[in-house]
Design a protein around this ligand. Structure first.
Ligand code: GAR
Length: 197
C-alpha cells in the first residue's frame, strides 16, 4: 500500500477524486496528508475525508528556499512513498525536488511538452490548436519539464471556454493519475528509472 502526501493550491477537485479513489479497498494507495501553500479551498476535502492537512503559506517566508524547507519538513513528517502535486501552483526549490525525486508526481492540464506553466488551458485555447491533453510527469527542477509517465489527448470542441475545456481535461487527469499510482504500486512503472535530480 503506497502512502501519499498531496499538495494543492486551489479548489482541489482532482484531490477530491483521488481521495474517493483511494477509499476503494482494492486501490493500492492511501492519502496520509494534504498540504497547501495558501488557504486553499480544497483543504475542505481533506477534512471531509478525515485526512490531516497542513498549510505552509508562501507569504509567511522571506523566500522560496525558506518556504521550501518548511514545506519539506511537513511532508517528511508523514514519510510518504509518493508526493503528488495536484494543482500546486508554485515552483518548488531545487532542494525540495532533490530531496523527493523521483518520488514526486505532477498532473498538468496539457499534452506536455506542449503548453507548460500556470495557464496551460488558456494558452491551448488561444493558440487555436484542435486538441490539447493531460499529462502526469515526474517532477524535476524545471517548469513541467520532467519525464512523462502518462498522457492522453483531449479534443478542443467548438464553443469551448477555458472552464469547459479544463473540466474535460481534469476528468482525464484523474484517470491518468489513478492509473499511474496503480502502476507504481504494482511495479509496472519504476520511478527509479526516472531520476531527475
Ligand atoms: C489541474 O488541472 C492541475 O493539473 C492544474 O491545476 C488544476 C487543479 O485543479 N495544475 C497546473 O496547472 C500545474 N501547472 P483542481 O484544484 O480543481 O484540482
Amino acid at each position: 500500500m503506497l502512502s501519499l502526501v498531496v499538495l494543492i493550491s486551489g479548489g482541489g477537485s482532482n484531490l477530491r477524486a483521488l481521495l474517493e479513489q483511494t477509499e476503494h479497498a482494492d486501490f493500492p494507495a492511501r492519502v496520509v496528508a494534504v498540504g497547501a501553500d495558501r488557504d486553499a479551498g480544497g483543504l475542505s476535502y481533506a477534512e471531509a475525508h478525515s485526512v490531516p492537512s497542513f498549510t505552509v503559506p508562501f507569504s509567511s517566508y522571506p523566500g522560496r528556499e525558506e518556504w521550501g524547507a518548511a514545506l519539506l519538513e511537513h511532508i517528511q513528517q508523514w514519510q510518504p512513498d509518493l508526493v503528488v502535486l495536484s494543482g500546486l501552483m508554485r515552483l518548488l526549490p531545487a532542494s525540495v525536488v532533490g530531496a523527493l525525486s523521483p518520488r514526486m508526481l505532477n498532473t498538468h492540464p496539457a499534452y506536455l511538452p506542449e503548453f507548460p506553466g500556470a495557464h496551460a488551458v488558456r494558452d491551448a485555447l488561444a493558440s487555436g490548436v484542435a486538441e490539447t491533453g493531460a499529462s502526469v510527469i515526474v517532477v524535476d527542477e524545471g517548469v513541467d519539464s520532467g519525464p512523462v509517465l502518462a498522457q492522453r489527448r483531449v479534443p478542443i470542441l467548438p464553443g469551448d471556454t477555458e472552464a469547459s475545456l479544463h473540466s474535460r481535461i481534469k476528468a482525464v487527469e484523474r484517470a491518468l493519475l489513478a492509473d499511474v499510482i496503480r502502476d507504481i504500486a504494482e511495479g509496472t512503472t519504476r520511478l527509479e528509472e526516472h531520476i531527475t535530480a
